[in-house]
Design a protein around this ligand. Structure first.
Ligand SMILES: [Zn+2]
Length: 280
C-alpha cells in the first residue's frame, strides 16, 4: 500500500507534466470512484477549465489546487496509480483507468486503481479540502519534530507502533515505515507510547524522517504494483532492514529477527537492538 514516500514520489514526478497546465476536459469511467463532489456537473467540479497551480501532499493524500480556487484530492488506497502521459501517449495498461484529465496543448493525467480502495474527491476551495480531510490528521511525518511527536503521542497507553500507524497521531506512516523507523530508533514496537523517554521520542521522530527521506530518494518502495507518475517502480524495497525479514539475521547485531502481530499488523523487530516493552 502506498505510504508517504510513494505519494511524495508521485507528487514530484507528476509536477513536470501537470503544474501550470490547464485542464481541457475530464473523462470519468467509473462514477463511483468519485467519492464526493459539490452539486453541479462532475467534470466542472473535477477541474475542467482550471489550471493546476500547486500539488500538495499531507500524509498519504495528494491534492491539486487550481488557479480559480478549486481543489481535487487523490487518495491512492491500496493500488492507486497517477500516471502523467505526454501528448498522444496511452497508459501502459488501459484497464482500471477511472479518471482522466486532458490538458490544453496535449497530454493527460490518469488515475488507475485496480482494487479501488482509493478515490478522487472534489472541493470548491482549498480551505474546504483542508477542513474536510486534513484538519483531523496529525503532523506530516516527513517533517515531524520531536516536540510535535511528543504532543501527538501524549500519554497514550497504546503500543507505540499502533500510534505511529494512526493517521490522527502522525500522517503518512504505514506498516513498512513504522517497522523500519522503530528498528532504527532502537524502540520495541510493543512499548507503550507513554513509557518512551524524551530521548526515545526524539529518536523515533528522527528515524521516521530518515526512513521516509531515504525511501523518497529511492523513488518509493514497490512490493506489488506501485509506480511513479512516469510509470517507474521504486527501489527502496531493497533497503528494508526489518520489514519482511522475520527469521533472518539483524543487519546490526546478527540476532534472529522476530515476527509477530502488533496493532493487528505483521510486525518485525530485533529482540536485541530494540528495547523491550518491559524494560528488557
Ligand atoms: Zn539487532
Amino acid at each position: 500500500m502506498p505510504e508517504l514516500p510513494e505519494v511524495e514520489t508521485v507528487r514530484r514526478t507528476l509536477g513536470p507534466l501537470w503544474l501550470g497546465r490547464r485542464i481541457s476536459g475530464v473523462r470519468i469511467a467509473r462514477r463511483d470512484y468519485i467519492r464526493a463532489s459539490p452539486p453541479g456537473p462532475l467534470a466542472r467540479a473535477l477541474g475542467r477549465g482550471g489550471r493546476v497551480e500547486t500539488l500538495v501532499r499531507h500524509g498519504k493524500q495528494l491534492a491539486a489546487f487550481l488557479d480559480d480556487g478549486r481543489a481535487i484530492l487523490i487518495h491512492l488506497g491500496m493500488s492507486g496509480q497517477v500516471l502523467a502521459l505526454g501528448p498522444g501517449a496511452r497508459p501502459a495498461r488501459a484497464d482500471h483507468c477511472h479518471v482522466r484529465w486532458s490538458l490544453v496543448g496535449g497530454g493527460s493525467v490518469v488515475v488507475r486503481d485496480p482494487r479501488r480502495f482509493g478515490g478522487v474527491w472534489a472541493y470548491p476551495t482549498a480551505e474546504a479540502l483542508r477542513e474536510a480531510r486534513w484538519v483531523a490528521l496529525g503532523p506530516d511525518a516527513l517533517s515531524v519534530r520531536a516536540a510535535a511527536l511528543a504532543r501527538s503521542l501524549g500519554t497514550s497507553r497504546r503500543a507505540v507502533k499502533a500510534c505511529l500507524l494512526d493517521q490522527r497521531v502522525l500522517a503518512g506512516v504505514g506498516n513498512i515505515y513504522a517497522d523500519e523507523a522503530l528498528f532504527r530508533a532502537g524502540v520495541h514496537p510493543l512499548r507503550l507510547a507513554c513509557s518512551l523517554s524524551g530521548a526515545e521520542v526524539a529518536a523515533v521522530a528522527r528515524a521516521v524522517r530518515l526512513v521516509l527521506r531515504r525511501a523518497i530518494e529511492a523513488g518509493g518502495s514497490t512490493l506489488r504494483d506501485f509506480v511513479d507518475a512516469a510509470n517507474h517502480p521504486g527501489t527502496n524495497q531493497r533497503r528494508f532492514r526489518v520489514y519482511g525479514r522475520a527469521g533472518h539475521g539483524c543487519v546490526r547485531c546478527g540476532s534472529t529477527l522476530v515476527g509477530g502481530l502488533v496493532a493487528q499488523r505483521a510486525t518485525v523487530w530485533c529482540p536485541a537492538c530494540q528495547t523491550g516493552p518491559y524494560g528488557v
